[in-house]
Design a protein around this ligand. Structure first.
Ligand SMILES: NC(=O)c1ccc[n+]([C@@H]2O[C@H](COP(=O)([O-])OP(=O)(O)OC[C@H]3O[C@@H](n4cnc5c(N)ncnc54)[C@H](OP(=O)(O)O)[C@@H]3O)[C@@H](O)[C@H]2O)c1
Length: 322
């Protein structure tokens, strides 16, 4: 089969489009023929060796995709060849990927592969942060950093559907309109304006209830400053570098909390996860959640997609077509 393969750590230059053995079934797995593969910012960490999971060479990047089940191990009961599915799992930048059956989710008939490819990581990360890690309530105010990106634009819509006021942040003027279009009440260019000052102004000095932060160093301290009493700063990435160490006692004064989230952990919690999948499918069906596609690339040009997402100019989800 064709795949993107890399044999050493590095940037997009280490990604090669070439022949690679088609994976063989193992107990408890299925083989998926990928139709649309989503690019995640985490993929750029994976090929550099700085992601939570480390590559084993020669390795294939990619963590989520949508496609059709090609084959099923004899011990897998609920999944059948021909089923349309989405999944979370390593090695998706390929024509075929072997996936543990419990990481595979059947698709509603009316959901396109292109929309579905963004759900296992980007959309479900946004949902779990708002509804599993945080008890988000109508009337609250939420800051979504990097709001035009894959997770960000999903979070804006899911937070709006929950009845909150949403403040999106972006690093350039040309992303503002998109974030507004997907429902944000306010959008701040945080390269130009201090988002914490702006958030305090929008909330008449009270501050915000929740911040979803995958930027890190440039945003973390300011985030603590503009949290309302009992507020929650949720860190889930570090595209802008690691923040300085935090002193837990700095949290006491406003009774605020800081927590972390990694979507890969949540897949072990089946009940919580089923509720999340049902709810994101419902939001999509009701027209409250659509993933804008910011670029489509042939799988062979995955390196170009990586350069684009690293440039900070991309919006929505970037997709690879095998
Ligand atoms: N913990 C989890 O389970 C989990 C799951 C999915 C994603 N994530 C994290 O969530 C973030 C968004 O992921 P995504 O796949 O949806 O990507 P994305 O938001 O589509 O693209 C990355 C965005 O990060 C922002 N960014 C801020 N500082 C940056 C810098 N120094 N260099 C490059 N980009 C920078 C840029 O938006 P602005 O410049 O407009 O801010 C850029 O567009 C990433 O940090 C990713 O690692 C975490």
């Amino acid at each position: 089969m064709k795949a993107i393969v890399f044999d050493r750590l590095g940037g997009p230059e280490v990604m090669e489009y070439r022949e690679h053995p088609k994976p063989e079934l193992r107990p408890g797995t299925v083989l998926v023929r990928n139709h649309v593969i989503a690019v995640n910012y985490g993929d750029t960490f994976f090929i550099r060796g700085t992601y939570l999971v480390k590559p084993v060479f020669p390795d294939i990047p990619g963590m989520e995709a949508a496609g059709v089940i090609d084959a099923v191990a004899p011990d897998v009961r609920d999944l059948k060849p021909g089923m349309r599915v989405m999944y979370i799992g390593m090695g998706s930048y390929a024509e075929y990927t072997r996936i543990r059956a419990n990481r595979v989710m059947p698709l509603p008939d009316d959901m396109s592969f292109e929309q579905a490819a963004a759900f296992p990581i980007a959309v479900l990360t946004a949902w779990h942060m708002l509804h599993t890690c945080n008890d988000t309530q109508p009337g609250q105010t939420v800051i979504v950093h990097s709001a035009a990106g894959g997770v960000g634009i999903a979070a804006v819509q899911i937070a709006k559907a929950a009845g909150t006021t949403v403040i999106g942040t972006v690093s350039s003027e040309d992303k503002i309109e998109l974030v507004r279009k997907f429902g944000a009440d306010h959008v701040v260019n945080y390269e130009k304006d201090d988002f914490a000052d702006q958030a305090l102004r929008f909330t008449n000095g009270r501050g915000v209830d929740l911040i979803l932060d995958a930027v890190g160093k440039p945003t973390f301290e300011k985030g603590l400053r503009c949290l309302a009493p009992m507020g929650h700063l949720l860190v889930f990435g570090r595209a802008g570098g690691l923040p300085d160490r935090m002193r837990p006692f700095d949290l006491l004064g406003k009774s605020i909390k800081v927590s972390g989230f990694a979507v890969t952990m949540i897949y072990a919690f089946h009940q919580i996860h089923r509720r999340a999948v049902e709810d994101v499918f419902r939001l999509a069906r009701e027209g409250k959640l659509t993933v804008p596609i910011g670029g489509r690339f042939p799988l062979a040009e995955a390196a170009r997609a990586h350069r684009f997402i690293e440039s900070r100019r991309s919006t929505g989800k970037l997709m690879l077509m095998p």
